[in-house]
Design a protein around this ligand. Structure first.
Ligand SMILES: [Zn+2]
Length: 416
């Protein structure tokens, strides 16, 4: 009798959900109905650090992102779904790539982006299933306050039964009390895995409230895959994300807002940036070179990753621009994967505190070389150990091995 009652309650809830979606209502399915898809999503990842790239950069990262703990997100350019599908098919069926692979349709960005109320492309969903990949929805952009759009994305995802809801979010959804309350309430209610993409012109986690909002999302009881991020992807993994993606290029490390007026000046591609691991920061190669010459004694410049092989980080500046780009991408990915190995372990609470300690050490090194500390580092620390609380639980680093890059250390940061 109980199972019949449950069946009836689920069957009857569908038309109610649809009706309420049409006017932005607030009732959602019982999340226990979708827990199987959440469990399946969580099983596919192991706090995986994904490399998010355009199709052109897959070749540069493919072999690096082919070991435990890593994977790929391939992002489509406008109208480029066929290219992404063909490449994914080659990787899976031709090259035998077996790590987690997600396909980002990217219909949420640019001047021709779709709104969150747009229906999913069922053919695109089928193609991902056909390749045996985790299904990532091709959601439109979720503007500030568009609760109807939020419900449309979550409801369509729930109906698919095996998908991860891409949530391309205006930052208000995380940083304002009302936006965050609406977002968390609906995500809890629908209980589907979610993949937030955060809109900001630079680093969304530099905005007050973004880290707290992400932690709230991570506490919703659903698998979270953070997309289009930078070093904060490591923070997300330490705080409970099943996976997080770091972009190979600046354009894939956040969702760029659509400009209010079209840009009429020259379009120069940004110079390549590299991760300076002890500073937990991406910096332009030229800036790395200038700062190294100014502070050669500070132990942040040499790198022992397989790309750099002990050289100082700005060594790539002597190479042609295309080669610089490729090597900068490879160095950054190798370095972040190495950091992930040191940060992520079997005890989640310890991971959070390790990330806290890394952020503190990065602040020290940034000060040593005269770089401004990004607000994101402070917000991560304050979110993990609120001001006024003791941080005596901060553990020592998990590994006794030196971090990449520090063979000529002359200084020791606090607690690291
Ligand atoms: Zn390196």
């Amino acid at each position: 009798m109980v199972s019949v009652a449950v069946f009836l309650s689920v069957a009857l809830s569908y038309p109610l959900i649809t009706d309420r979606c049409q006017w932005g209502g607030d009732v959602a399915p019982d999340r226990t109905q979708w827990s199987a898809s959440s469990a399946e999503t969580a099983d596919r990842f192991d706090r995986t650090l994904l490399s998010q790239c355009w199709t052109d950069d897959v070749e540069a990262v493919r072999t690096i992102a082919d070991r435990p703990g890593t994977g790929l997100v391939i992002t489509a350019r406008q109208g480029g779904l066929d290219d992404v599908y063909r490449l994914a098919r080659h990787l899976v069926e031709g090259a035998g790539y077996e790590r987690p692979l997600l396909l980002d349709a990217n219909r949420y960005s640019g001047t021709r982006r779709l709104p969150a109320t747009a229906p999913f492309d069922q053919d695109w969903i089928s193609r991902q299933r056909e390749l045996g990949l985790p299904v990532l929805t091709d959601s439109g952009y979720l503007a500030s306050g568009d609760e109807s759009g939020l419900i449309t994305i979550l409801d369509q995802t729930a109906r698919l039964g095996d998908a991860i809801a891409t949530l391309p979010l205006h930052l208000d959804w995380l940083t304002t009390p009302r936006g965050r309350w609406q977002l968390l309430r609906q995500v809890r209610a629908y209980g589907v895995p979610v993949a937030p993409v955060l809109e900001h012109r630079a680093d969304p986690f530099d905005a007050r409230g973004a880290v707290d909002g992400l932690l709230g999302l991570l506490d919703c009881g659903v698998p979270v895959v953070l997309l289009r991020s930078d070093v904060s992807a490591l923070g997300a993994l330490c705080c409970g994300a099943v996976a997080a993606a770091v972009g190979t290029r600046a354009t894939l490390r956040h969702l760029t807002p659509v400009p209010s007026a079209p840009w009429s000046g020259p379009r120069n591609p940004p110079k390549p940036s590299v991760v300076v691991p002890r500073c937990l920061a991406y910096k332009r190669l030229g800036e790395v070179g200038r700062t190294r010459r100014k502070h050669p004694e500070v132990a942040v410049w040499s790198c022992d990753c397989e790309t750099c092989d002990g050289k100082e980080l700005d060594w790539m500046l002597r190479l042609p621009p295309k080669r610089q780009e490729k090597l900068a991408i490879q160095h950054s990915l190798r370095t972040l994967l190495s950091l992930r190995e040191r940060l992520v372990g079997p005890r989640p609470e310890e991971d959070r505190m390790s990330w806290y300690a890394r952020c503190g050490a990065a602040s020290f090194w940034l000060r040593e070389v005269g770089w401004i500390r990004p607000s994101a580092l402070r917000y991560w620390q304050e979110a993990i150990v609120p001001p006024g609380r003791s941080d005596s639980a901060v553990p020592r680093p998990r590994s006794a091995r030196p971090t990449p890059a520090l063979s000529r250390s002359r200084q020791t940061p606090p607690s690291m």
